[in-house]
Design a protein. Structure first.
Length: 373
C-alpha cells in the first residue's frame, strides 16, 4: 500500500471561454486553481503538447512559471507521438513545448499515448533514444511513456526499454481495474514487476465515476465515502503509484480533490472490496466505455463532437431523461450529427479505449436521430 502519493494537477480539462474552442481557456479560473493548489502544498502539474491545442502549456507559463520560483513546482509534459515523421521531430516538438512553458527543463518527459500503432512510430523516429539523451543532457529529470494498450505490449516495451524508463503513466481506476480492454491491473502489475514508478491518469475516468445513478451514490454514502474520494483513493493505493492525476475544470472540483490528499489514506481491504463490487454494477450501466479524452476530435475530418455524443448516449442509457434528446438536438444543430460519420476510421487508431467509434456512432444515431421516426 502506498501512503505518500502525490496529488497531480492534470491541465487537460480546463474551463473554456468558448466551449467550441478548446484553446479558449479561462485563464482567470486557471490561475485561481493554480494558486489554490499550490497553497494547499501540492506542486505537480501534468500537461501535453496536445492539451487545449497548446493553450494548456501557455496557460501554465502565465499562471505558474512566471509567478512562482522554478524549484517550487514540477512539470510533466508529453511528446506528440502521432505527429512525429522523423527523428528530428522529437527535438522540434520538445523545443516548442519548452518555449510555450517558458522553462528550460522538464521534471518528467513522456512519449505520449503509446499503443501498438504509436509504439512503431516512436521506434521509427528513435523517440526512446531521444528521451534517454534528454535526461543525460538535463532537459528532463525523469523520462517515460504515457501508455494506452494491453499488458502484452507493455511487457515487450519494458523488456526492451525498462532500463531507461523511470515512469509509466497508466490509465488506472476501479472501473478499468479488471477490464479486458484497458487491463489496468495487469499493466500496473507489470510496472511493479519491473520496478517502474506509476503515474495514474483517468482515476475518475473522465468524470464517469462521478456521474452515477442515485442508488449507487447512496451506497457510497452509506460507506462514508464520496464518489470522488473512492475513485482517487483506489487509484493511489497500489504501492508503486507515486502520483495520481486529476483533470479538474473548476475551483470546486479542485477543492474536493485536494481534501482527499490531506492526508492521503489508501483503501483498506474491506473498502477496496466494496469499490470493486460497485464497479461490476456500474459496468452494466455504461454503454460506451469512453474516457472523453477528446483525441478523436482532432482526427475526425467532419468535426463530429464524438465525446459529447457518447456522453449523452451513456447518460440516456443510465438515466433516460427527455432533456438529453433536447441537448442532442441543440448540439447537432451547431455541429455535424452522428449520422454524418463517413466511417473513415481515422479516429480509431488514436482512441485510447480501443473503441469502434463508427459502429458506436450508429448506436447514437438510433438513439437520438431515429427514435422519433
Amino acid at each position: 500500500m502506498s501512503d505518500n502519493v502525490i496529488f497531480g494537477f492534470g491541465a487537460m480539462r480546463l474551463d473554456l471561454e468558448d466551449e467550441n474552442n478548446p484553446s479558449s481557456i479561462n485563464f482567470d479560473d486557471f490561475t485561481e486553481m493554480i494558486d489554490y493548489y499550490m497553497n494547499q502544498g501540492f506542486n505537480y502539474f501534468d500537461t501535453s503538447y496536445a492539451y487545449h491545442e497548446g493553450a494548456s502549456e501557455e496557460g501554465l507559463k502565465l499562471g505558474l512559471v512566471e509567478r512562482y520560483p522554478r524549484e517550487s513546482f514540477k512539470i510533466a509534459d508529453k511528446i506528440p507521438t502521432w505527429l512525429l515523421k522523423s527523428e528530428e521531430d522529437n527535438e522540434k516538438y520538445v523545443n516548442i513545448m519548452l518555449e510555450r512553458l517558458g522553462i528550460d527543463y522538464f521534471d518528467l518527459l513522456l512519449i505520449h499515448n503509446i499503443n501498438e500503432a504509436f509504439f512503431k512510430i516512436a521506434e521509427n523516429c528513435k523517440s526512446f533514444d531521444y528521451i534517454k539523451k534528454a535526461k543525460e543532457e538535463g532537459v528532463a529529470c525523469k523520462i517515460g511513456i504515457s501508455y494506452h494498450d494491453k499488458s502484452k505490449l507493455l511487457k515487450e516495451i519494458l523488456e526492451k526499454y525498462g532500463d531507461i524508463i523511470d515512469v509509466v503513466q497508466l490509465q488506472l481506476n476501479y472501473l478499468d481495474w479488471e477490464s479486458n480492454l484497458t487491463e489496468s491491473r495487469k499493466n500496473y502489475e507489470i510496472c511493479e514487476k519491473y520496478g517502474i514508478d506509476v503515474v495514474v491518469m483517468e482515476p475518475i475516468k473522465g468524470g464517469t465515476l462521478f456521474n452515477l445513478p442515485d442508488n449507487i451514490k447512496e451506497k457510497f454514502k452509506n460507506n462514508n465515502m464520496s464518489l470522488v474520494e473512492a475513485a482517487l483513493r483506489f487509484a493511489g493505493s497500489p504501492k508503486n503509484v507515486k502520483v495520481v492525476l486529476s483533470g479538474m475544470g473548476n475551483i470546486e472540483q479542485m477543492k474536493e480533490n485536494c481534501e482527499v490528499f490531506k492526508p492521503f489514506k489508501p483503501l483498506n481491504e474491506e473498502e477496496s472490496r466494496f469499490v470493486l463490487e460497485i464497479s461490476n454494477e456500474i459496468k452494466e450501466l455504461i454503454a460506451i466505455d469512453c474516457s472523453y479524452c477528446g483525441y478523436c476530435l482532432k482526427e475526425c475530418p467532419i468535426g463530429i463532437p464524438i465525446p459529447d455524443y457518447f456522453e449523452l448516449y451513456n447518460s440516456e442509457k443510465m438515466f433516460s431523461l427527455p432533456s438529453l434528446h433536447a441537448i442532442y438536438g441543440t448540439t447537432s444543430a451547431t455541429n455535424p450529427p452522428a449520422s454524418e460519420c463517413s466511417e473513415c476510421e481515422s479516429c480509431m487508431e488514436i482512441c485510447t479505449q480501443k473503441l469502434n467509434i463508427p459502429d458506436l456512432l450508429k448506436d447514437v444515431v438510433d438513439c437520438f436521430e431515429n427514435s422519433g421516426k
